[in-house]
Design a protein. Structure first.
Length: 314
């Protein structure tokens, strides 16, 4: 592998890759978009002159250094492991896999091959969350006790886009997998290891094969209790997050916005214009320089553990 750059292979040409991932790779100074894998060769050619329709053929190319896996969740484990076994580093979309066992098989393959496995939990690199973590460690609200994080929106794929999310065989589940995974990961990032979970899943409005709402209680080894509520049946979007401590409260609503308020202070810390760029940049630095990888496979699989517990697995 070259010491100064990474040649990227992007697997899956969908909304996330075309709007964020490919632009992030093209903007990152030590990254090169080497090729893409797509079932639709003509679509792939819009983004790269090198297009494969078969992943095995693509990862056999010795000039590929890193692979971005952006396919439906049911393919994450098999495609990630295939790329790792071929000697490539992998940055995979969230959630890690369909379940905790699959996720562990991916981290095991990374250890066995000595390759780097990262997960695209880009919120860990929000300046606001980095600052919140620092303030919590400094005791800005005393001992943290309760974290409440909600995300409500409307989704039923009426326009046909991302319809695979409504198929549990491809997605794993509804908002629990799609939007809760990011928020569970935020809590894991801030509060450490989850040790106990209970979950309530239901279909209040949509009669689809996946739940349209999920509510989780998560207890952490640190003693913090997290409450995560996600819904696909709200016509009023919500993106709420607050942390309550024994001496005060930290408000991060909306989670994806810049505002951070805490006792005695308020800061505006906007995220990067391309939310995936810091994630790609951090991954490149981890591979090329040995930098700390914020969303490693090993740290990210605990979201899959929480999801499984919420569904009554294990």
């Amino acid at each position: 592998m070259k010491e100064s750059t990474l040649n990227w292979l992007v697997v899956g040409i969908g909304d996330i890759t075309t709007r964020r991932v490919i632009p992030a790779i093209e903007a990152e100074s030590r990254s090169v978009l080497y090729g893409v894998v797509s079932r639709d060769r003509a679509k792939g050619l819009r983004y790269s002159e090198r297009v494969w329709t078969d992943l095995a053929d693509a990862v056999s190319d010795p000039d590929v250094d890193a692979v971005y896996v952006a396919t439906p969740v049911f393919l994450h484990a098999s495609q990630t492991i295939a790329a790792l076994r071929a000697g490539k580093h992998v940055l995979c979309e969230k959630p890690v896999a369909m379940n905790f066992e699959e996720a562990c098989s991916m981290t095991r393959a990374a250890r066995e091959t000595g390759r780097t496995l990262g997960i695209a939990y880009y919120r860990r690199m929000y300046p606001k969350l980095q600052r919140a973590r620092e303030l919590l460690a400094q005791g800005a609200i005393g001992r943290p006790a309760l974290a409440e994080i909600n995300c409500h929106d409307w989704f039923q794929a009426e326009d046909g886009r991302r319809a695979w999310l409504l198929d549990p065989q491809q997605s794993g589940g509804g908002p629990l997998y799609d939007i809760a995974s990011h928020r569970i990961d935020v809590l894991n990032f801030l509060f450490g290891k989850p040790v106990r979970v209970s979950g309530h899943l239901s279909n209040l409005v949509h009669a689809s094969a996946v739940e349209d709402s999920a509510t989780l209680l998560i207890d952490y080894d640190s003693g913090v209790r997290g409450v995560v509520d996600v819904r696909w049946h709200s016509r009023v979007p919500r993106d709420e997050f607050r942390i309550i401590g024994v001496d005060g409260e930290m408000l991060l609503t909306p989670l994806s916005g810049p505002r951070l308020s805490y006792p005695g202070g308020r800061e505006d810390l906007p995220a990067h214009q391309n939310l995936h760029y810091p994630c790609v940049e951090n991954f490149v630095s981890a591979v090329l320089d040995g930098a700390y990888l914020y969303a490693s496979g090993e740290s990210s699989i605990w979201t899959d553990w929480v999801t499984g517990q919420a569904r009554g697995a294990g």
